[in-house]
Design a protein around this ligand. Structure first.
Ligand code: PMV
Length: 334
């Protein structure tokens, strides 16, 4: 049996503006997806959590199966998936699952763990599963862990770790990927608040596109998010948590003005703000999650739960994809 895990992610700065070329910053979170694989001895097929695997319902798995084995050469397999990244909440559960699956399949094939390769293949699997489009921010953050910046240009002040290209029909999209070291004091945490409402990324992205088409002068707000993201990165690098928090709140104000917040997000944000250095929605909005930078995580979680949200804590700099020893407990699970 082999077992691998990979973390979810949250976007600290730059969602929506990244669609227009501005930098976005994501970080890995404590919550992980875990994939266990075992060779199947009773049946001649792939099984998922005890049932025959329907590949049309699991395009990621189908993509990776076809990519790693030639037709008819794959061994029969039992797949077990679990984890603590809530689905459809903007925390990258699907990417974390793809990354962990690549690592587990590679281990099964007796290949060494290769986080860069896991990031690349899982991005291709995500793109396949989403009809050809997927930004590489979720998969890269999940594979490598830590802080990842995606931009359409090379950001000179950061460590450039590679380029990703994706062809969809006649259109080729290129992204530049970067990482950086942040100095996070021991006493500072992120608290994530889940509204429990599933937001739709494509709906929120279209909403911003429609607003910009109608009122082109609002492009300045997109540029403002870009400058806030750069300021936030600098504050993370120098360990100035007050400034990081301030930048998060400023980023949220612009996102709200672009129309991608929701009453439920606003309630959680308002409640969490009282005990936090900064608060914002994370991901596409319209539902999903908010994040708070805080030195009082228990109080912040309590405030979120009083408003009907589900709160959980994460540290920064959590590990990317890894092989789990079979005797190990998943101690990063909450
Ligand atoms: O909620 P998520 O993790 O799908 O975040 C989407 C981020 C956007 O900037 C809104 C869209 C995108 O493709 O970058």
């Amino acid at each position: 049996m082999v077992k691998a895990s990979a973390p979810g992610k949250c976007i600290l700065f730059g969602e929506h503006a990244v669609v227009y070329g501005q930098p976005a910053v994501a970080c890995s979170i404590n919550q992980r997806m875990i994939v266990e694989l075992e060779e199947e001895t009773q049946f001649d097929s792939w099984r998922l959590d005890g049932a025959i695997l329907n590949l049309s319902k699991h395009p990621h798995i189908r993509f990776l199966k076809d990519k790693l084995w030639s037709e008819g050469e794959h061994p029969p397999l039992k797949i077990r998936i679990r984890g603590t990244v809530p689905p459809a909440s903007g925390l990258g559960s699907s990417a974390a699952l793809s990354v962990a699956l690549v690592a587990a399949l590679q281990q099964l094939r007796q290949e060494e763990l290769n986080p860069e390769m896991a990031g690349l293949l899982s991005h291709q699997a995500e793109a396949f599963a989403q009809g050809g489009r997927a930004s590489p921010i979720d998969t890269t953050t999940s594979a490598l862990g830590g802080f990842i910046v995606l931009s359409d240009t090379i950001e000179d002040s950061l460590d450039h770790i590679g380029e990703r290209r994706l062809q969809h029909q006649d259109e080729v999209t290129t992204w530049q990927l970067h990482s950086f070291e942040a100095r996070i004091p021991e006493d500072t945490y992120l608290v994530i608040g889940n509204t429990g409402i599933r937001g739709s990324t494509s709906k929120q992205v279209s909403k911003v596109a429609a607003l910009l088409a109608k009122e082109p002068e609002r492009k300045v707000e997109i540029e403002a998010i870009g400058s806030i993201a750069r300021k936030g990165i600098e504050a993370l690098r120098t360990g100035n948590m007050e400034l990081v928090g301030k930048a998060m709140t400023e980023n949220h104000i612009v996102l709200r003005s672009l129309g991608v917040s929701s009453p439920e997000l606003e309630n959680l944000i308002k409640a969490a703000a009282r005990s936090s250095l900064g608060v914002k929605l994370t991901g596409s909005g319209g539902g999903g999650c908010m994040i708070a930078l805080t030195k009082n995580p228990e109080i912040t979680i309590g405030a979120i739960e009083m408003e009907g949200g589900r709160g959980f804590i994460t540290r920064f700099n959590t590990a990317g994809v890894r092989i789990e020893t079979l005797s190990s407990q998943d101690n990063s699970e909450q």
